[in-house]
Design a protein around this ligand. Structure first.
Ligand code: PLP
Length: 410
């Protein structure tokens, strides 16, 4: 008899964004008003011209036998791995070998799959609130107990509350864990950990033989000098951290799909007998077995992000989004809201007024302002009482949305 993976049954209800989409579709049926979407974290600007040019050229390469590319290396082409090392790491004083960088087809895939190289009974810690994929993928792998409806938490998971009191920064747990997911700058709170915060995490990981899964999907939005762009800028991080990056938000690849994972050769975990085992060959083996590489065309497009023109154009897009973030932050602060984040990230984390529940405020903003946001409670119990607003809309829509929210009377 074929048995199903019953861990899937532990997942409650609908995926957050499906619920939002349904509410928005229902609202749109009964109104002529233009709905402004500041909910899902998808970019709206088209790919940069330098990237489009590289895509066209790569498509042409596929048209002749001499330049055609079939199966590529599972780990990614060296041209992109070298561009990443030079553009994202050497500029920040971090040296990496080519075989420490693995090209993927999106950080969502990478972050959900990386746990495969760890032991089955692993215990993990996540920030609360946090990007939901860390949690849901671990649930599917059977790394949690049941979902507790009362607490909104899974048994067996170590949640690290992120609150105004700790600046929305996760701090090391006292309970024993094997791996910790860190998202810096954070989705959803838009806040960021400093060099000192990350040194504390790395030292903790060394002391406790813990691996940090460090997701820096929003690295390109960092504006403050004290916020590192890579965990490997921190002393001792190569032994205890794996870093995940995405081209989705720095270069608009949400629909184009490219990412990478850095697994330093110094990074080790342990067998049950306590034998130190490097993770780099394991991730290499995993990729070679499960993955046939990101398409050549896409890797050429990602390479163009690192060209002089690519950098100039992509940075201009990021500056545009960050100006939207400023408009949201300043506009809502002026209107009396308490707003966090949006300084090193395209996300503003807004406290709901009058102690309203996140979903109640979501409904109010949708029904009365025609603005779609994301209820903080969808990101974890400590997200209750907050809304996430994204800066990825057009300038016009962002200004209009802030204006509509300012005019709300309730
Ligand atoms: N990590 C974080 C923190 C994200 O917010 C997202 C997407 O929103 C991802 C990873 C996934 O990115 P990708 O588009 O590369 O799958």
């Amino acid at each position: 008899m074929a048995h199903v993976n019953e861990n899937y049954n532990k997942l409650p209800g609908n995926y957050l964004f499906q619920t939002i989409a349904k509410k928005v579709a229902d609202y749109e049926k009964k109104t002529d008003r233009q709905v402004i979407r500041l909910g899902i974290g998808d970019v709206t600007k088209p790919l940069a011209p330098a990237i489009i040019e590289a895509l066209h050229k790569a498509v042409d390469d596929m048209a002749t036998a001499e330049t055609f590319h079939g199966y590529g290396p599972e780990q990614g082409y060296d041209f992109l791995r070298h561009a990443i090392i030079k553009g994202d790491y050497e500029t920040r004083g971090v040296s990496l070998d080519t075989d420490e960088v693995f090209i993927g087809d999106g950080a969502k895939t990478d972050v959900a799959c990386i746990q495969e190289i760890f032991g089955h009974n692993l215990t993990f810690a996540i920030a609360d609130p946090v990007y939901p994929v860390y949690l849901d993928s671990n649930v599917m792998f059977g790394h949690t107990g049941a979902f507790n409806e009362k607490t909104g938490r899974y048994d067996g998971v170590v949640y690290l509350p992120c609150t105004p009191e700790n600046g929305f920064k996760a701090t090391p747990p006292t309970e024993p864990v094997d791996i910790v997911y860190l998202c810096n700058p954070s989705n959803p709170t838009g806040t960021a950990m400093s060099r000192e915060d990350l040194q504390e995490w790395v030292d903790y990981a060394h002391r406790n033989k813990v691996i940090l899964i460090y997701d820096s999907a929003y690295e390109a939005y960092i504006t403050e000098n004290d916020v590192p762009h890579s965990i490997f800028e921190i002393d001792g991080a190569k032994e205890v951290a794996i870093e995940l990056r995405s081209f989705s938000k720095n270069a608009g690849f949400t629909g184009t799909r490219c990412s990478y994972v850095v697994v330093p050769k110094a990074c080790v975990a342990y067998t049950h007998d306590g034998i130190k085992t490097p993770l780099n060959p394991m991730w290499n083996r995993r990729q070679c077995t499960f993955f046939n590489g990101t398409p050549y065309i896409i890797q050429r497009a990602a390479e163009a992000y690192y060209s002089e023109e690519g950098q100039k154009q992509c940075r201009a897009d990021i500056a545009y989004y960050m100006e939207n973030a400023r408009i949201i932050r300043d506009g809502l602060t002026d209107a009396g809201y308490t707003v966090y984040g949006a300084l090193n990230s395209p996300y503003a984390w807004v406290q709901t007024p009058k102690g309203m529940k996140s979903w109640d405020f979501f409904d109010l903003l949708l029904e009365q302002a025609g603005v779609v946001t994301t209820p903080g409670s969808g990101f974890g119990p400590h997200g209750e009482g907050y809304m996430r607003l994204t800066a990825f809309g057009s300038r016009e829509n962002t200004v209009e949305a802030v204006d509509r929210i300012k005019k709300l009377r309730f």
